[in-house]
Design a protein around this ligand. Structure first.
Ligand code: ADP
Ligand code: MG
Length: 695
């Protein structure tokens, strides 16, 4: 059997293969593009294309595809074969630099938020040489960016790449002012921890709600949920273990550094964490991870659910976006070092992030908003809808001392005494974790925890990069030419932390007191996508993105429309699915069951039975519920019909949230109550117990 180092990256046209297969000058030129962002010329592209094709064909590939991340939220691909007519009526396998650099998928069916009318179908995909090509299913995948004929950005990747460039150039300026003149490039790194559910395919196939919407729209709680906490980190079941082993191997072949896997809190819930990578590669890899999870599950007769809230009553799934910044000289700029009190460079970067998160908390909130994630944020499981930062005891004390001008006392690392001779004592972390904070400092990185499990991490990361770059640019301008640099940095840090300390919160984010306290502090609390998204196009946000050249005002409006439209469409589909399930299966099933009870009453009475209490009381209860259920179904139908009268995107999304969503919840409550009273023989769908404990 091949070892892990042997299979790792075997399906990737990685640095080693490029060095082996490219002419030295081409390899060097490509490296300069990848490492320093230098533009690439066609002769280099031709040479790279040829080497890629040779390798791909040797590996059995017949096709290539430009792989991109349109605003649908999933990846897209269009496959072309390498064949090229030869003079003798035969074909040869060809791939030119032009084909590598530019693709032209028909863009008309991808959401563009009105930027591009359907008749202007042209869209271009452009090779992203910073993310390596790879092979899946006998096809060479080329990571690309996607834009319209007129140059508007239509994807999630371009803004991310731009934001990385921006942050790099500004951070380098700042570091140069601080005397670190050897730094020429700064990169953002991301390690996304991915949660998911794994259920039996047979159960899945019987649930139209899972098939159409990714979540259960009906379903009474099972007698057991997650209350015993016996699933978290529990030993992994054989079938799941086989899936995970297969998944790891597939991901390793694709160069994804899958590292940690474990069971999560909810039954049937699991997590996978990779080793962190540069933001854009981490984004591509996370998209790949989600796709490979789904495909691998199929092979095992399982279905991988990436919806944020597949089951009511147990935890939903999120994604932790671990984020940091480091230099090409190998320094992590978010590492406080041994003496953070003297580390002005660290303090400066920390201050920029504190200010960014405070000023653009609305952006961080809305970048994680989705119909699915609305079920988590604000509920008592995920970080709340209020964005705040957790710094931990040590850094918290440092910030306090800077603000108040008092001396800083580190909590200091202490020895953990295990009290058992054979167990080694070890150094304890200086602060415990705060699992409730949406944006927590964790040693040498920040962990943005509010992301939904299915989200493309490109968006939160380009927002984060841009806001931090913008604050650093202000710092740079203030510090440039300072006579006493030390004093200038100290006063800038002190002023910034003082002005923005309201975003720092070290307590329990789930408590009601925090909601009230956050309101006093003037922090936003947007509970749903429409509420949050309304602020995307606030002037300060448009200014931020246009000032930094990340996306234009028109592109922002396009994104705004797409998000709102998608939200309304998703709720629309959910409502229709519920109505369908209610009318075609649930109502008839309950009627059948009631009829069988009535038959029983009839038979028993004719035999002169002493009591028919059990049957009649059940008939009464179910009949009453059924009547309410049918009426509620009709109400929901009318509400859905009325949505057609609303034209404004924001108003429509608000309507779906306030009216349709509420009715769906009410309908579900009645349906679930009927489920608990109806014979399992008659109930048309697998129960929560069947699904959650079925693997
Ligand atoms: P946990 O949060 O579960 O304790 P870790 O803190 O070890 O786990 O790491 C979580 C994730 O953070 C991993 O994906 C890891 O690769 C990533 N990570 C670690 N260091 C960095 C960094 N400098 N930049 C970005 N991500 C990082
Ligand atoms: Mg974590």
């Amino acid at each position: 059997m091949a070892t892990v180092p042997e299979i790792f990256g075997s399906m990737v046209f990685n640095d080693r293969k490029m060095e082996e297969r490219l002419p030295h000058a081409t390899y060097k030129a490509l490296k300069r593009t990848v490492q320093n962002g230098e533009p690439l010329d066609l002769s280099v592209a031709n040479s790279v294309a040829n080497a890629m094709k040779e390798w791909a064909v040797e590996m059995g590939c017949t096709h290539y595809t430009h792989w991109f991340q349109p605003m649908t939220g999933i990846t897209a691909e269009k496959h072309d074969s390498f064949i090229y007519p030869a003079s003798d009526g035969q074909v040869i396998m060809e791939f030119s630099g032009k084909e590598l650099i530019k693709g032209e998928p028909d863009a008309s069916s991808f959401p563009s938020g009105g930027i591009r009318a359907t008749f202007e179908a042209r869209g271009y995909t452009t090779w992203d040489p910073t993310s390596p090509a790879f092979i899946r299913d006998k096809t060479l995948y080329i990571p690309t960016a996607f834009c319209s004929y007129t140059g508007e950005v239509l994807d999630k990747k371009t803004p991310l790449l731009r934001s990385m460039e921006k942050l790099s150039s500004v951070a380098v300026d700042v570091l140069h002012i601080l005397g670190k003149t050897d730094v020429t490039r700064v990169t953002t790194t991301v390690g996304p921890e991915q949660e998911y559910f794994l259920i039996d395919k047979e159960m899945y196939d019987k649930r139209p709600d899972l098939i159409y919407t990714g979540r259960t729209l009906f379903g009474a709680s099972a007698p057991k949920g997650q209350e015993l906490a016996d699933h978290y980190f529990g030993s992994i079941k054989t079938r799941v273990a086989a899936f995970m082993a297969d998944l790891d191997e597939e991901l390793w072949k694709l160069g994804v550094m899958a590292k940690t896997k474990h069971n999560e809190v909810a039954p049937s819930q699991h997590e996978l964490a990779p080793i962190f990578a540069t933001s854009n590669i981490a984004t591509d890899h996370n998209e790949l991870t989600m796709e490979v999870m789904k495909k691998t599950a199929e092979k095992h007769g399982l279905v991988c659910l990436l919806h944020e809230k597949p089951f009511a009553g147990v935890n939903g799934s999120g994604k932790h976006n671990n984020w940091s910044i480091s230099t090409n000289t190998g320094e992590n700029l978010l590492d406080p070092g041994k003496c953070p009190e003297d580390n002005l460079q660290f303090q400066l970067f920390l201050a920029a992030i504190v200010k960014a998160v405070h000023e653009y908390q609305d952006l961080l909130r809305l970048t994680v908003a989705s119909a699915g994630n609305d079920h988590r944020l604000g509920a008592n499981e995920a970080p709340p809808a209020i964005i705040s930062m957790y710094l931990g005891d040590d850094l918290g004390a440092l910030v306090d001392s800077i603000i108040s001008g008092t001396e800083y006392h580190s909590a200091g690392k202490t020895n953990m005494l295990t009290g058992v001779d054979v167990l080694p004592d070890f150094r304890k972390d200086t602060s415990d974790r705060n699992r409730t904070s949406p944006f927590a400092f964790t040693g040498n990185k920040f962990e943005f925890r509010a992301l939904g499990s299915s989200l493309n991490i490109g968006c939160p990361n380009y927002m984060l990069n841009t806001m931090v770059a913008d604050e650093l640019a202000q710092f740079r301008d203030e510090l440039a030419g300072a006579e006493d640099l030390d004093a200038a940095v100290r006063s800038l840090v002190k002023r910034t932390l003082t002005e923005h300390q309201n975003i720092i919160f070290n307590g329990d984010n789930y408590s009601d007191e925090w909601v009230a306290e956050a309101e006093r502090r003037g922090l936003c609390n947007y509970r749903s996508l429409p509420e949050a998204m309304a602020h995307y196009v606030d002037q300060k946000n448009i200014d931020l993105f246009t000032r930094n050249g990340i996306v234009s005002k028109q592109e922002m409006y396009a994104r705004y429309e797409i998000e709102l439209e998608t939200y309304s469409k998703q709720l629309h589909i959910e409502a229709l699915t519920m109505i369908d399930m209610a009318e075609k299966n649930i109502t008839p099933a309950v009627i059948e069951f009631v009829r069988s009870l009535s038959d029983a009453v009839f038979v028993k009475k004719s035999l002169g039975a002493y009591s028919v209490y059990a049957e009649t009381s059940l008939i009464e209860e179910l009949s009453e519920k059924l009547e309410a259920f049918v009426k509620k179904t009709d109400e929901l139908k009318t509400a859905v019909d009325n949505a057609a009268k609303i034209n404004d995107d924001l108003e429509l999304a608000m309507y779906y949230r306030k009216t349709v969503f509420e009715l769906m919840n009410e309908l579900r409550a009645i349906g679930d109550a009927m489920e608990t009273k109806t014979s399992a023989k008659y109930w048309p769908y697998p129960s929560y117990g069947d699904i959650l404990f079925g693997v």
